[in-house]
Design a protein around this ligand. Sequence first.
Ligand code: GLN
Length: 487
Amino acid sequence: MLHELTLSALTANLAAGKVSAREAMQACLDRIDAVDDRVNAFISLDRDDALGQADAADAALAKGDTHADKPLLGVPISLKDLFCAKGQPVNCSSRILGDFRSPYDGTVVRKLRDAGAVLFGRVNMDEFAMGSSTENSAFGHSHNPWDLERVPGGSSGGSAAAVAAQECFASIGTDTGGSLRQPAALCGCVGLKPTYGRVSRYGVVAFASSLDQVGPMARDVRDSAVLLGAIAGQDPLDSTSVPVEVSDYTAVLGGDLKGVKLGLPTEYLTDGIDPEVRAAFDAAVKQCEVLGAEIHEVNMPHTEYGVATYYIVATAEASANLARFDGIRYGERVEGDDPFSLYCKTRGRGFGEEVKRRIILGTYVLSSGYYDAYYLRAQKVRTLIKRDFEQAFETVDVLITPTMPIPAFKAGEKTDDPLQMYLSDIFTISCNLAGTCGISLPCGFTSEPKLPIGLQLLGKPFGESKLLQIAHAYEQATPWHNERAAL
Ligand code: GLN
């Protein structure tokens, strides 16, 4: 079936004239009609615009444009609801933005359009990307396609659910503390967080500016490599993007793992890991050894402070970033008798509970008297965490860990206990604090019910090629990426 193809298989078919971009787009729309009332991945969708873009791609193909120049020509891709795309609604799964539509294309959106992508549909997320389950959305929960009672992970949960349910060929999301890798793990997709500075964030609504990074959610490693190549690169409109050359990430795929040094951080392998997740992880490490990798134990002594450090830095930055949604500059206004009551009413009505919790936490850790004890200290610990990575990378090429300590949990299971929810980010957060790159890919399933398990690889800064090469070698030697959720 057309909607089951990988992105790379679809472009091969489009190039050969075996399918049209319109047929590919229509296949996604039909699939959405068939399953999205159960999955709830899409929060808005303009069908006419989607088919119009597909027709334009078909016209470009007919006049001789090729995938060599436009690697995503005719490929339907969905966007997490925080990317500015001209004319499309941008809600960040919040109420506060009302009926805002973006007047411009952000850089990633422009690059995707330049590469020929058909950008259709806005997918669900945790409000302003704060969460690990997509339950913090003003548009209702999304559901895990492998078990609809369970969460798809978050905050790019709509992206992972849509890819796993085969409602689009790929999706673009963001990762501030794990938001691409974690839902990828829970839904059986490949989620890639590039190095901080690799991809422009111009036109992406900010959560925590020193941590946020844009990346692809895809069906397999090759698709991730194609997508990263399309969106990466320095951008004069984002001063945090870095002038490192963008290589052909697909060129490194193929081959085995001979001579590759994989680091196993002992601090990650604690008792808290679900036994089936642990067994799948151990088997994955063995598989890498069979493929030629050398396994070395490494120490990351500051791992245990990752969650606390992250939830200080991220909330502090969020409290500043979200100040602009005040009903005057941005945000749907609720009138008040004076400016103060206008702010209170607008923000009180517009933001959900988790966003408010984070604004309060962030304001607290930045307030005079507490700044040194919390924010400044967190910044120091962040440096120590970064050093853990630098030291580990002196002896190994890439770190190998589980992505999540547990498989997908049931909706509602952790909503009353924010700390439990935060702790599920333990393996993904440090990578963002260190500013380096990471990928999650499938490494097995639990038995009853059958739920995907994710393997995480963490690479050196701007080491995306190495990461993709290793991930691809493992993926091709295992059957997991061929499995599809039966909906
Ligand atoms: N789960 C983490 C949080 O709630 C990470 C979210 C993200 O990466 N956007 O902050």
